[in-house]
Design a protein around this ligand. Structure first.
Ligand SMILES: [Zn+2]
Length: 312
């Protein structure tokens, strides 16, 4: 019986690991450091070592392991090849071949980290019970994952679900990390919200509890909760960009649920309410009532999604 599955979430500083039962029960999770030195050539061997050690420690037969799923911070195609991962000092790698070899033939599946998080939320989080989902992750950047019929949309270049780089304002003059202008990431990431807030406050004449010198996405949402007028206007702008963009993606995917995660989503239901207002305004009639919910798995979404990926 293939009773066990591993989910591995590789970040720039730590590698999160999870041992799951095939039914989705998380049995154990742990972390190891990401060794990015020497072109990160020890990262996959380290993953193999920790997985094999855990199998031995738990007395699990190798035949009872359905597979190892791994997610990575870079574009991963459906074959499990990554083009580049700047945070890991990696160029091209065939993850399935390299990790599979080091694991002595245990099947390996690989995905982009934001895509895996979406799959994780579908399996054990805010999108439980659905097969079609859009997830947007509002952190330092804006990540995204699209699941259609239970499968990640990885795309031809591994860039499927790169919601953060959809152009939402072609007139924007500031440049995004990707080199384009007007990306959703420039408006709705934690740094994007700060940018819009500073821009708004530069000409705002009224009273506000926001201090442009010490502003964060959290302070903007905290001020909104306290009824601050400037924060209300700033969040309206952020919500309009997000709600409009999600309405457009819904026209393409028609998801059963839209999940919002990432550090900024800690603001809670007030954030969802703002997004819903503009989503409902702009969505196609058939998709207007699509639920928009908060992610539930936090930093564990990646290990859940990677494990689900390995189960197929
Ligand atoms: Zn961009």
């Amino acid at each position: 019986m293939k009773d066990y599955v591993f989910g591995i979430d590789v970040g720039g500083t730590t590698i999160k690991c999870g041992l799951f039962q095939a039914d989705g029960t998380l049995l154990e999770k742990w972390e190891i450091p990401t060794r990015t030195e020497n072109n990160g050539d020890q990262i996959l061997p380290d993953v193999a070592k920790t997985v094999l050690k855990k199998i031995k420690e738990k007395g699990i037969a190798k035949e009872d392991v359905a597979g190892v799923g791994i997610d990575l911070p870079g574009p991963v195609n459906e074959k499990g090849e990554i083009a580049v991962a700047v945070n890991l000092n990696w160029g091209y790698k065939d993850i399935v071949a390299e990790l599979g070899g080091a694991l002595g033939g245990i099947p390996v599946k690989a995905a982009n980290d934001a895509n895996a998080a979406a799959l994780g939320e579908m399996w054990g989080g805010g999108g439980r019970g659905t097969k079609n989902l859009i997830m947007v992750t509002l952190g330092t950047g804006v990540g995204g994952g699209i699941i259609v019929d239970g499968k990640i949309v990885a795309g031809a270049h591994g860039a499927g679900g790169e919601i953060g780089h959809a152009c939402v304002d072609p007139t924007e003059t500031a440049v995004c990390n990707c080199g384009n202008r007007g990306c959703l990431e420039q408006m709705a990431s934690a740094t994007g919200i700060v940018r819009l807030a500073k821009r708004y406050l530069a000409t705002y004449q009224g009273k506000t509890m926001l201090n442009p010198e010490r502003i964060s996405a959290k302070s903007v949402y905290d001020a909104l909760k306290a009824g601050d007028e400037a924060a209300t206007a700033i969040v309206e702008e952020v919500s309009a960009y997000l709600g409009n963009a999600l309405a457009m993606f819904a026209c393409v995917v028609d998801p059963e649920v839209i999940v919002i995660g990432g550090g900024v989503s800690k603001a809670g239901e007030i954030l969802v309410d703002g997004v819903k207002k503009y989503y409902r305004r702009d969505a196609f009639i058939s998709c207007k009532e699509t639920p928009i919910v908060l992610a539930e798995l936090g930093n564990d979404a990646g290990i859940y999604g990677a494990a689900k990926l390995a189960l197929g």
